[in-house]
Design a binder for this molecule. Structure first.
Ligand code: 13P
Length: 252
């Protein structure tokens, strides 16, 4: 059975104190909840990873990074490597977020290298992808998503997929308040699972968790999560508020 996951991508938000406070509030709020087969992950910015890890100790809350460089080391000013993340206890990293693709020109080729670096380090990734509004309007959303997955992930071996969590985030739904309908999410997730089954096996496809991201709120989480191929969510804005994030986690 695949794992349900609710992850909060904090993006460029929260100071050290704010990060600690938010993790502690989540810890308190989740204390009594029985979340069987559900992982809860938060992704603070690099400088607050250690403090967040410390605050999350003795709780269900896991901590992930928002990005990583593909090189082992070298002259890449401002970047962070897999070794560096592992050395502070981080084993999960978000890759391919649309904001990284748009503002920092991350290409499918660079992302394929980043994914390989994650796997070489026995880490795992929450790999993000999704179409632009114009892709959906021109009915190209399936082919865009297919290309993103093929270019960055289809060099992997079947066994590598246990370290991959997918996050379908249609760009037009990120931070816009406009969410995909539960039916649109289900349709795309089923399509993605079909692609993986075709390239690999039905078992590989069945086991991969596919999260939906884009304006998930306490008010719409339950409906989106009720769909059979939606295994959880990658939450932006609503993950910055402890009670909203807890409500979303409880909707799974
Ligand atoms: P919002 O939930 O703010 O739309 O952000 C989604 C997202 O980008 C998560 O990675």
């Amino acid at each position: 059975m695949r794992t349900k996951i609710v992850a909060g991508n904090w993006k460029l938000n929260n100071t050290k104190e704010e990060s600690k406070k938010l993790v502690k509030a989540l810890k308190k709020g989740l204390k009594l909840s029985k979340l069987k087969n559900t992982r809860v992950i938060v992704a603070p910015t690099f400088v607050n990873l250690s403090a967040s890890l410390k605050s999350a100790k003795k709780s269900k809350i896991e901590v992930a990074a928002q990005n990583m460089h593909q090189a082992k080391n070298g002259a890449f000013t401002g970047e962070v490597s897999a070794d560096m993340l592992q050395s502070i206890g981080i084993n999960t990293v978000i890759l391919g977020h649309s904001e990284r693709r748009t503002y920092f020109n991350e290409t499918d080729t660079a992302l394929a290298e980043k994914v390989s670096a994650v796997l070489e380090h026995q880490m795992e990734t929450i790999f993000c992808f999704g179409e632009l509004l114009e892709d959906r309007k021109s009915n190209n959303h399936f082919s865009v998503v297919e290309a993103q997955l093929k270019n960055a992930l289809f060099h992997l071996k079947s066994s590598d997929w246990k370290s991959i969590i997918l996050a379908y985030e249609p760009v037009w739904a990120i931070g816009t308040g406009e969410t995909a309908t539960a039916e649109q999410a289900q349709e795309m997730h089923a399509f993605i699972r079909g692609l993986i089954a075709n390239k690999y096996t039905a078992d590989v496809a069945d086991d991969v968790s596919i999260l939906y991201g884009g304006s998930v709120k306490p008010t719409n989480a339950e409906e989106i999560f009720s769909k059979p191929d939606v295994d959880g969510g990658l939450i932006g804005g609503a993950a910055l508020n402890a009670s909203d994030f807890i409500a979303i986690i409880k909707a799974i």
